[in-house]
Structure formats: C-alpha cells, structure tokens
Design a protein around this ligand. Structure first.
Ligand code: AMP
Length: 215
C-alpha cells in the first residue's frame, strides 16, 4: 500500500507513521528525515538544503525529489510506503505522479491530518526527537516511559529540532497554508483524500487512521 500523509507541521504524521509501519510492514519515508540525515552526513545535497530548512522554507523540489527517488529504490519500499512530508506543493505532487508511473505503482490513499493551529504550536514546542533512534516524543503529552530503553542502546537521548522554535514554526505554518494546502483539492478531486481528526489521544488517532485507510 502506498500512502501519503498530508498535514501541517506538528499534526502527528511522523508519530502515526512510526506506529503504522510496524502494522502494515511498510517503511515511513520522511523527506524531512532524509534531509536531516543528508545534512548530518555533510553531503552536497544536505548542504544545499541547509538554509531553506533553518528558515522554515521549502528546500528546492529537485533536491528533495533526488533524495526521494533514491529512497524509494531501496528494497524495503517495494511493498509500499508511507510518505510523510512529501509532496508539499503541487509541483511535487506532479513529480510524484511521474515517479510512481515509472515504478508502475499508484498512490492508494492520502490522509489529511486535521489539527487546529493553536494546538500545532503547542505540540511543536514540546516536540523532542531521540538523537539515536529518531523516535519522536513530546515533553507535554508523550515523554519516554520511565525506564524505557532506546533500541540503539541506553536511554533515549532527546534533542529539540532547530526549526521547532516559535519564529520558525510561524513561517512553517504559513508555508503549509500557502503551498501545501492546495494538495487537499489536488487529491480530493481524484477521490483519494480521507480526512481525520488528528487531535486527542494517540491511540484514538491511530484508530481513526486505520478506519480512514479502510474507507
Ligand atoms: P519536516 O520534518 O517534514 O517538518 O521537514 C523539515 C524541513 O525539511 C521543512 O521545513 C523543509 O525545510 C524541509 N522539507 C521536508 N520535506 C520537504 C519537501 N517535501 N519539500 C521541500 N522541503 C522539505
């Protein structure tokens, strides 16, 4: 199954993708994670992406597409994948169509995660990621359970993303409104879009997500 998760930053796409990938046995493909890994590795693409990411803007379409193309060519993506954070504008959605046409597979479902803006800002400011395993926690709503070990050893080693500061978050939400929201119509017109209420308890959201994917 090939699934696209659509939603503003902080709407819970990454958290739910991590939950669903175990159940559906398909990988989460997050272009944000791919870009952060490219930066950490100091690759030329990563360096080019740096300025746009730090300011909360979008990295150029060709850089992100290159990373995505490489990732989808890996063996574990053959059975399907959950795209988290891609596409983010109409040009990327069209590029995805072309890429999937080459691979001779369609997008099966697009799920829109709906969360009010005030809640998004609260969630993002509490968000922390484990440096070692990339698992996402929230200091307000879902800190690592006491005694939980990181699968990569020791305690989870939490860090806040540099672009999760308030000023950058405001810009990222604006970019979402202006560039990503048109995709609601893009996929809605094709009958692929399912909306879910992504507020409240994590398990409740996962249940709504499962139902939306079955609809
Ligand atoms: P995310 O982890 O999805 O919130 O992405 C973090 C940052 O990476 C974004 O604010 C963008 O600067 C960049 N990014 C991630 N995915 C994309 C994409 N599909 N197109 C352009 N930039 C992206």
């Amino acid at each position: 199954m090939r699934i696209v998760f659509l939603g503003a930053p902080g709407s819970g796409k990454g958290t739910q993708a991590q939950r669903l990938m175990q159940e559906y046995r398909i990988p989460q493909v997050s272009t944000g994670d791919l870009l952060r890994a490219a930066r950490k590795a100091g690759s030329p693409l990563g360096l080019k992406a740096q300025a746009a990411m730090d300011s909360g803007g979008l990295v150029s379409d060709d850089i992100v597409l290159e990373l995505l193309r490489e990732r989808l060519a890996q063996a574990d993506a053959r059975r399907g994948f959950i795209l988290d954070g891609y596409p983010r504008n109409v040009a990327q959605a069209q590029a995805l169509d072309r890429l999937l046409a080459e691979l001779q597979v369609p997008v099966d479902r697009v799920v829109l995660f709906e969360v009010p803006n005030v809640e998004l800002v609260r969630r993002i400011s509490g968000r922390r990621t484990c440096r070692k395993c990339n698992k996402v926690f929230n200091v307000f709503s879902s800190p690592p359970p006491a005694g939980e070990r990181c699968p990569n050893g020791g305690e989870h080693d939490l860090e806040q993303r540099a672009d999760d500061t308030e000023a950058v978050v405001v810009k990222r939400l604006k970019v979402y409104d202006e560039q990503t929201k048109p995709l609601i119509t893009f996929y809605g017109d094709r009958g692929l879009l399912r909306r879910i209420d992504a507020t409240g308890d994590l398990d409740a959201v996962t249940t709504r997500l499962r139902e939306a994917l079955a609809r």
